[in-house]
Ligand binder design. Structure first.
Ligand code: ARG
Length: 314
């Protein structure tokens, strides 16, 4: 049994990890180029670092599902509820029943979205630690139309952010809410309206914008547990800025997983997310459920919805 208050994460060992197909720009040129032995070693070190600070649950790896290691995409958790992912690419859709069975076995209240509505879990939905709302990404993998459904299912306000740069195709590749309310993020990954929305919600001193080099090293794809920030790599300047806020920066190389477009955060899913109201968030029932990055203050006109960009990867 987990101790009360002990952080819990879900991971999946890279027994069947491989770059087998190309569904994001990081995978291009890397098909069959990841080393299983190096991936095992890097994953084991991440698991160890996390295991010193949290309880780590493991999902059984499965042959033919090389991206199952990226458990962040399983769903989004708030309190005892999980909204399961609906993967955009057929290559990952076989993961859905595995994640579903795991959550059901653990006694979560499991919510599913309509079958044709893409949404990629905590890859595109992150609870803000300061405000208690949900930052929800769209544009590449998740549909804007999923956001009001997440807000309703989780009883939380969803703030929609539009992703613009295909290298940062999931929200968790370019934005990371930290425990003290700091928002670590890469502003150029978002459109103008989304940047304004972030700036209207997060005070300047709580915004920690990273430069391109750190963003490309997946510094925003960090796992924050207590005062530890675990990530692939951080520049000396970023390390200093995080340390000045009282965080301990722990670098652990995850280069084999960067070849598939993922790093520390993608390889983990936080399972003990507090209910947003505990963080000061508004209940969806008392507040407009969705604030989209659009001229309309609360709801994007659906004519403007960002249909996922369907660039065909070879
Ligand atoms: N190859 C995986 C994909 O393209 C990587 C997923 C990374 N996960 C994440 N949460 N960003 O779907």
């Amino acid at each position: 049994m987990a101790l009360m208050g002990e952080p819990r994460f879900l991971m999946c060992a890279p027994t069947h990890y491989e770059v087998d197909y190309v569904i994001n720009p990081w995978m291009e040129g890397n098909v069959h180029r990841a080393s299983r032995a190096a991936a095992d070693e890097q994953w084991r070190r991440l698991r160890e670092l996390l295991g010193q600070r949290a309880r780590v649950e493991e999902l059984a790896p499965a042959p033919g599902l090389p991206d199952l290691v990226f458990t962040a995409n399983a769903g989004v958790v708030a309190g005892d509820t999980v909204v399961l992912a609906r993967f955009f690419h057929p290559e990952r859709q076989g993961e859905e029943p595995r994640f579903q069975a795991w959550f059901e076995g653990q006694g979560f209240r499991v919510e599913t979205l309509p079958a044709d509505l893409p949404f990629e879990g905590a890859g595109d939905a992150l609870l803000d630690r300061g405000g208690g709302w949900l930052w929800a990404g769209y544009g590449f993998r998740s549909e804007l139309d999923a956001h009001p459904l997440l807000a309703r299912a989780l009883g939380v306000e969803a703030l929609s952010l539009r992703l613009m740069d295909e290298r940062f195709y999931h929200l968790d590749t370019c934005l990371c809410p930290l425990s003290d309310g700091t928002l670590l993020y890469y502003p150029p990954a978002f459109d103008f309206q989304s940047n304004r929305l972030i700036e209207s919600r997060v005070r300047p001193e709580k915004r920690l914008a990273v430069g391109e080099a750190d963003a490309l090293a997946f510094a925003c794809n960090a796992v924050n547990v207590g005062d530890a920030v675990i990530l692939n790599r951080a520049s000396a300047a970023l390390r200093q800025r995080l340390e000045a806020r009282g965080f301990t920066v722990l670098e652990t190389p995850l280069t084999e997983f960067l070849k598939a477009g993922g790093a520390a955060k993608c390889l983990t899913l936080r399972l003990d997310e507090p209910h947003p109201v505990a963080l000061g968030g508004a209940l969806a029932a008392d507040a407009p459920a969705v604030a989209a990055a659009s001229p309309s203050p609360w709801r994007a006109p659906f004519a403007m919805t960002g249909r996922c960009q369907t660039r065909k990867w070879t």
